[in-house]
Design a binder for this molecule. Structure first.
Ligand SMILES: C[S@@+](CC[C@H](N)C(=O)[O-])C[C@H]1O[C@@H](n2cnc3c(N)ncnc32)[C@H](O)[C@@H]1O
Length: 210
């Protein structure tokens, strides 16, 4: 999703809106310094497991119904997607309580994060900004990205498409707004494509000059 290099994995990473993903657990295991933030982390492991149990069958059904919207190179079918996602969530749940104690899972949400300026080299945001373009307006996107850029030297966002595989209405105005502030904004193809046509991330870096 983020075209991460070995050198990226040696930097200090913030995973924003990481939810019940296994990135933090797996990256920590390989020695990467990563902190995840998400409002989900105000809940206990038991409560999160209950939420997963409710949403998992819905996710599976939606993937089955919209089979044609996905690229089936990495997974054979919806059941395999479900199995892999559940394995990832189990890795997350297995790491969650230790990670909370170690300060690797922080209950926090955009547009305001409890981190010092430039505490991270890289902020990653997967499946939140742009994806929920109907629910989150343009102002929220700009504020959220500026906040990520306050706490990190570089921000990467994936995907840049909204739910349903449609282009986000915010992509062009938000990019324009950020560029007008003097920031570097690029849209780059990445090696990952599961939702058909959704294989690009936004990279933002620089300092506001106005
Ligand atoms: C679709 S999930 C993505 C989880 C993970 N990044 C992944 O790709 O599997 C969206 C996540 O955004 C989180 N979220 C909702 N509002 C947020 C906010 N204002 N700031 C940060 N995260 C938020 C939700 O709790 C949820 O975990």
């Amino acid at each position: 999703m983020f075209a991460l290099t070995t050198s990226d994995l040696e930097s200090r990473i913030l995973g924003c809106a990481d939810g019940p993903a296994s990135f933090n657990a797996e990256a920590t295991r390989r020695g990467t310094r990563v902190i995840s933030c998400d409002p989900l982390y105000r809940y206990s492991r038991r409560e999160i497991r209950m939420q997963i149990n409710v949403t998992y069958p819905q996710m599976l059904e939606q993937t089955r119904q919209n089979h044609q919207d996905f690229v089936w190179t990495e997974f054979a079918n919806a059941d395999e997607v479900g199995r892999v996602r559940m394995e990832a969530m189990e890795i997350f749940l297995g790491d969650y309580e230790v990670g909370l104690q170690e300060g690797r899972y922080i209950d926090a949400e955009l547009p305001s994060l409890p981190f010092q300026s430039k505490s991270f080299d890289l902020a990653l945001c997967a499946n939140f900004l742009f994806l929920y373009s109907e629910q989150l307006n343009e102002v929220f996107h700009v504020q959220g990205i500026l906040e990520l850029l306050r706490v990190a030297k570089e921000v990467r966002i994936f995907p840049i498409m909204a739910l349903g595989g449609v282009r986000s209405n915010h992509l062009i105005p938000v990019s324009k707004h950020l560029r007008n502030l003097g920031l570097n904004v690029t849209i780059e193809e990445v090696p990952y494509e599961f939702v058909r046509g959704s294989n690009a991330m936004m990279r933002v870096s620089g300092t506001c000059t106005v």
